[in-house]
Design a protein around this ligand. Structure first.
Ligand SMILES: Cc1cc2nc3c(=O)[nH]c(=O)nc-3n(C[C@H](O)[C@H](O)[C@H](O)COP(=O)(O)O)c2cc1C
Ligand code: SF4
Ligand code: SF4
Length: 354
């Protein structure tokens, strides 16, 4: 089994799938992709079961990297459980949606000689602390039961060799693929840029050591987030002091910087071209403006996420400004980790469980 879990749901699901497989007399090995492990090499007759959180209708970018680096196989089977975020309304649970996550992941392995045999969703409490408070009490219990049931059904199906695939029509497939790609390419990086540690940070460094994407470095006793963030939300949920917030000030600044770049790129591109070739026009001029527009926007973006972000990080660390930059709605949100889950420490040896 290969597991990626930000806040413990996928780890819990993997445990249930594993017991179903053990119960059917199979041997089970598990590797923790979030702790740096690679997809193992398997032979025909073996089954690779991937249990992973779903982020933005996609597998996390870290899992995508591992899948791309996976060894070729001579026909080993592969099954995928997408661990989603569900909700509860009027006492009824509703499931999450994994978009095209399993289609993309299994397709990638198929091209490497693996044989996809099944895919399914399992819906657990959502851990999207940027947008909503995690379900608590009876709601949390109901969602854990729902997720455990989904995982058990999936595990049994694999054990009995009667796996089925998640079905998507052309519209949901295309939409899921597109949103998943946008999430992996842009959105996850944006979300990472919004994190700030507030005054309650104890400088313990756990967030940096446990980050599956090695996106956090401790600088002057405070965490700093890089663009490697895969948006798994482990840091914000696992911080023992609940010190990590989604910064309102950063949200506004990042949004403004992007809007400004979008507005300024066109006139800047036109101005550059007119200065280089005064009086030029025609369709080729329009195409040149369009191309340069994209280049100028990319340059603005690089500036904004590079040097300007470093300047912002140093400004927001000033004790007088920290409270302002760390203010945000997440301050009042409860954090969520699946019961009993302790994130693996990436700085210790690569974790392999049996
Ligand atoms: C940034 C982000 C994006 C998410 N996107 C989805 C999604 O597209 N579909 C879904 O069902 N759940 C989504 N979720 C919810 C998680 O997949 C869900 O809480 C899952 O159970 C987390 O598993 P884990 O505890 O193993 O990390 C998202 C969560 C986060 C933080
Ligand atoms: S885990 Fe929390 S308290 Fe520890 S360094 Fe990170 S933000 Fe600070
Ligand atoms: S920075 Fe936080 S949310 Fe981003 S990958 Fe690391 S632990 Fe996950």
């Amino acid at each position: 089994m290969a597991v990626f879990s930000g806040s413990g749901n996928a780890m819990r699901a993997a445990g249930i799938v594993g017991s179903e497989l053990l119960g059917s007399g199979r041997n089970v090995d598990a590797v923790d992709l979030a702790a740096g492990a690679a997809i193992p090499a398997l032979d025909r007759g073996d089954v690779l079961v991937i249990c992973s959180s779903t982020l933005g209708f996609s597998v996390p970018s870290v899992v995508m990297e591992r899948l791309k680096a996976a060894p070729r196989s001579g026909g080993a089977a592969v099954a995928m459980l997408c661990v989603c975020g569900g909700g509860v309304k009027n006492g009824r649970t509703s499931g999450g949606w994994s978009g095209a996550a399993s289609i993309v992941a299994l397709g990638l392995l198929r091209r490497k000689g693996w044989k996809p045999v099944a895919s399914a969703d399992a819906s657990y409490p959502q851990n999207w602390t940027q947008t909503a408070e995690a379900p608590a009490g009876a709601d949390e219990t109901a969602l854990l039961e729902r997720g455990d049931g989904d995982a058990r059904t999936f595990g049994r199906a694999i054990a009995e060799g009667r796996g089925a695939f998640l079905r998507r029509n052309i519209l949901t497939h295309t939409l899921g693929r597109l949103i998943g790609w946008i999430f992996r390419t842009v959105v996850r990086r944006m979300l990472g840029r919004l994190f700030v540690a507030d005054d309650s940070c104890t400088s313990c460094g756990l967030c940096a050591r446990a980050c599956p994407a090695t996106a956090i470095t401790m600088r002057d006793g405070l965490p700093a987030w890089s663009l490697r963030c895969c948006a798994c939300n482990r840091c914000i949920n696992a911080c023992p002091a609940s010190a990590i917030q989604t910064s309102r000030a950063r949200l506004v600044l990042v949004a403004l910087a992007n809007i400004a770049a979008m507005i300024a790129a066109g006139p800047a591109a036109r101005g550059i071209l007119q200065a280089a070739a005064p009086g030029s026009g025609g369709p080729f001029f329009g195409l040149a403006v369009f191309t340069l527009n994209i280049a100028v926007y990319a340059a603005f973006t690089a500036l904004q996420i590079g040097p300007l972000d470093s300047v912002l990080r140093s400004i927001e660390r000033k004790p007088a400004l920290r409270r302002f930059f760390a203010a945000g709605h997440t301050k009042r949100f409860r954090r969520y980790l699946a019961p009993g889950f302790r994130p693996a420490d990436r700085s210790s040896a690569m974790s392999t469980t049996r």
